[in-house]
Design a protein around this ligand. Structure first.
Ligand SMILES: [Zn+2]
Length: 290
């Protein structure tokens, strides 16, 4: 299963997260029939989502990540239904563009940069936390880096990547470093220097895996590692679908079923199609059915 390795560095003056989302991205490719370009854009976004989810303090906390750059891929949505999971979608999973001059996928061209990145966190408080910043390039890593700094005031570094091969995603993930307010300039220089090794982070993950990367690049920085967290692509729409149907009311649902012979609800996140007919009515409207 995919995982996240976290450590504090320099006795707590910085923290690093190494994220492997290879299986998560492969699941997303299957569910949404993504082109390699869409897989790269959604994959990077899912890695950010996995990171945000892993930092939520309580299991009832929720987040939504929305990237809207006005490019041909449309909007990107990432969210989570439960601890250790993430899910996402793009409006145009079939997006395709010519490769950039350097031979890389044109994620920035697909996402666009005329818009913003919005992160909503429901932390169980009266109002959800809403952070927002303008997109820089649509390449996602640069945009999340800018978001963390501008919207949350955190000095940080972000590397994200998705490496595709003919069978799907060979490796995906990222490295995110956040400096604490008491971090000194020396540390920042050291960390910036280390980050230069991660310009092709997905190839490095494919070659070494995140455990080895963590030890090799960060182990000597007075690092204290935490227990690994897992992450997977998963959708728990089942409850939500029943809630929506119940909210329509039995009469309305009966009418739809009479007219169309069935009631159909499709989940955009996992593409599951729920089909109910009149014989399901009693079951759908059971009293204890939440
Ligand atoms: Zn679903």
């Amino acid at each position: 299963m995919d995982k996240i390795i976290k450590a504090i560095l320099f006795g707590g003056k910085a923290r690093v997260a190494l994220i492997d989302t290879t299986e998560t991205v492969n699941k997303a490719i299957k569910v949404h029939d993504l082109t390699p370009l869409a897989a790269a854009a959604l994959g990077r976004s899912l890695t950010v989502g996995a990171y945000i989810e892993s930092n939520l303090k309580h299991e009832t906390n929720k987040f939504n990540l929305i990237i809207n750059g006005g490019g041909p891929i449309g909007k990107i949505y990432v969210t989570s239904d439960r601890v250790g999971t993430v899910k996402g979608l793009v409006e145009n999973p079939q997006v395709d563009l010519p490769l950039r001059k350097d031979g890389k996928l044109d994620v920035g061209g697909a996402v666009g940069k005329n818009g913003d990145i919005v992160i909503i966190k429901d932390l169980g408080l009266k109002e959800p936390y809403v952070g927002r910043s303008a997109l820089i390039s649509g390449e996602i890593a640069e945009d999340y880096n800018n978001y963390l700094f501008k919207s949350e005031g955190i000095l940080n570094a972000v590397a994200l990547g998705v490496l595709n091969d003919k069978d799907g995603c060979k490796a995906a993930g990222g490295i995110i470093i956040e400096a604490m307010p008491d971090a000194d300039d020396n540390m920042v220089v050291i960390l910036e220097d280390i980050m230069t090794n991660f310009t092709n982070i997905s190839a490095l993950i494919a070659e070494k895996g995140i455990n080895e990367i963590a030890e090799y690049y960060f182990g000597h920085l007075d690092a204290e590692f935490f227990p690994e967290q897992t992450v997977q692509f998963r959708c728990d729409c089942w409850h939500k679908v029943r809630r929506i149907i119940k909210s329509l009311g039995r009469k309305e649902v009966e009418d739809i079923m009479k007219e169309q012979g069935k009631l159909e609800v499709k989940c955009d996140y996992c593409r599951k199609n729920y089909v109910y007919t009149e014989k399901d009515l009693d079951y759908l409207f059971e009293e204890d059915n939440k």
